[in-house]
Design a protein. Structure first.
Length: 561
């Protein structure tokens, strides 16, 4: 209702866990790192707890995206089950064959053990994730402990991840569950967002929804939102959504503290409609420094591992097996303004399903599809990155990306697919929603379930990005790049019509690198990146998008009217 009034393409504060709006605070990243570390723990339990609405589901979804391809995953989201019902659900999730007429615990444990042994022999690991685990009964928890006894002489056969509300920690502290508690190899309690993180979260969701002008919440309103919500993301969504509606109803483009208070009275009960002191986050049992060392030893890294030009995109934690490859070292065009890329491709008929196992991809076709999205001609025999450089574009490659990163940069990419018994092959991804990816196949859009894609894609992708003037992958020619950054960042944060005055000011009084760096840090924080002030390809891609520079975008059927 209010989206058009505030210059938005869609409502930004839905409480549905839309992956397009993924925002990972430092606490969320640390929680994710604990879960990923637990995968290499050799069995036992990994525990993630958090307040209602703190973002446990967000972390869990990121975790599912980052689980290695050699892992089988069973996900139980409704644990109010008896022991037998739980065992049946686990066997169903793992697709473990169970004899007809199975009724007893043994009828399910024996075939489950046989399945886990067979998967271990095939080099595959098995992960059981139980959400809302505070609803597990004591006898079910004891049965889960017994399942972790299934092992070989080398290692445990089953890794169990428990995700639940704070009372889950109290349950595991009971004397009768001491044996289970001793098998918890990693645990983390997800606290609320800090006041600065709350502001970053709000800016991030507005930006994803298409907002480019001045923030509709002033500093006092942002502070009040944090006080009223205590930094809980779901409560922030509820309050901000109602506050924007209130601003729209009263014809005010700037949401004031008075509007926020009225919105709080409408969406919260009387107890929570007034500011209360925020409770500090519970300390993690495993210290961050200790965990960082353990994660490094396990081959895990913090962030998205985009280490180009010193830039680190800390959106999610990923498991990596290789060091990030540098961007292509082809010569760059002097100006980014020439040959503007077309907007997103025109809407096509609904794509047909595609089975990756039946597809014979061709790398040349994938590059041609990516080039077509950019309006880039590819002469025969010419390297695509060389052709791109002649048009002010540069190739960007990473061996360790994620769907979260692809959604963040919001542009067509080439995925490197690795299917059993076949050589690596490229696939042009041109669309992405919560459940499916859209690939270009023989000139047509074909849809693939994300679950199927995850079995063939390990995170390696390539794409093009438009290079700003003076950018050489380092700061050799800082004048043009500094002035360009100042002008583009003014477009992303200033009010409508401010760009001309900003450009004029930059021409007469060039900003210092320190000033530009501070602006870059603020922008990175608003996008969910690590605010290190370093200017690399990911930061520049997002600046291009926020400033309205013409670049192709991913198709997103969910965001269309």
């Amino acid at each position: 209702m209010y989206a058009t009034f505030f210059g938005l393409k869609q409502a930004p504060f839905s409480i549905a866990p839309d992956p397009h709006y993924l925002f990972m605070s430092e606490r969320h990243r640390e929680a994710l790192a604990h879960l990923l570390y637990g995968l290499d723990g050799g069995g036992g339990f990994v525990l993630l707890t958090g307040e209602i609405g703190a973002g446990k589901t967000t972390v869990c979804r990121c975790f599912l995206e980052q689980i290695p391809a050699n892992c089988n995953v069973a996900y139980i989201f409704n644990p109010k089950l008896t022991v037998t019902e739980l065992l049946q659900a686990i066997c169903d999730e793992f697709h473990a064959p169970v004899p007809a007429g199975a009724q007893t615990v043994k009828d399910y444990v024996d075939p489950l053990n046989a399945f886990l042994l067979a998967q271990h022999a095939a080099g595959r690991n098995n992960v059981l994730i139980i959400d809302e685990a505070q609803n597990l009964s004591a006898d079910v928890l004891e049965q889960l402990r017994l399942l972790t006894n299934l092992e070989t002489s080398e290692r445990k056969l089953l890794q169990v991840v428990l995700i639940g509300q704070p009372e889950l920690r109290g349950m595991l502290a009971r004397p009768e569950l001491e044996q289970l508690a001793q098998r918890v190899i990693a645990r983390f309690h997800l606290g609320a967002l800090s006041e600065p993180e709350t502001a970053q979260y709000i800016r991030h969701r507005l930006a994803v929804a298409g907002h480019t002008g001045a923030l509709p919440f002033d500093a006092k309103a942002l502070r009040l939102i944090h006080e009223l919500t205590r930094g809980v993301p779901r409560r922030i969504n509820l309050l901000c959504d109602r506050a924007l509606l209130g601003g729209y109803a009263s014809g005010q483009a700037q949401v004031t503290p008075a509007i926020v208070r009225q919105a709080a009275a409408e969406v919260f009960d009387a107890q929570h409609a007034t500011p209360v002191p925020r409770r500090g986050p519970a300390p993690a049992t495993v210290g961050l420094a200790v965990l960082a060392a353990a994660v490094a030893g396990a081959g895990l890294t913090w962030g998205l591992q985009q280490q180009h030009g010193g830039e680190t995109a800390a959106v999610v934690a990923t498991a990596a097996s290789a060091t990030s490859a540098p961007a292509s070292a082809v010569p760059l065009a002097a100006s980014a303004a020439s040959q503007p890329a077309p907007a997103a491709s025109s809407v096509a008929p609904a794509p047909e399903p595609l089975q990756l196992a039946d597809w014979a991809p061709h790398d040349g076709d994938a590059w041609a599809a990516l080039a077509q999205a950019w309006g880039l001609p590819l002469p025969d025999g010419v390297d695509p990155c060389t052709a791109a450089a002649q048009r002010g574009l540069q190739c960007y490659r990473t061996p360790s990306g994620s769907l979260s990163l692809v959604r963040l940069i919001d542009r067509p990419v080439l995925l490197t697919l690795r299917r059993p018994g076949q050589p690596p092959a490229l696939a042009a991804l041109v669309g992405l929603d919560a459940e499916q990816a859209t690939l270009m196949v023989d000139g047509k859009r074909r849809r693939v379930a994300l679950a199927e894609l995850a079995r063939a894609w390990r995170g390696e992708f390539s794409t093009f990005w438009r290079v700003p003037p003076g950018y050489l992958g380092r700061t050799d020619n800082i004048g043009p790049l500094r002035d360009w950054l100042a002008a583009q960042l003014a477009l992303t944060s200033g009010p409508p019509g401010a760009s001309a005055s900003a450009a004029s000011t930059a021409a007469t009084a060039p900003p210092t690198w320190a000033e530009v760096t501070a602006q870059v840090q603020a922008f990175q924080a608003s996008q969910g990146l690590q605010p290190d002030g370093r200017v690399g390809p990911i930061t520049l891609m997002l600046i291009n998008r926020a400033a309205g520079i013409a670049e192709p975008r991913l198709d997103n059927p969910e965001s269309t009217d």
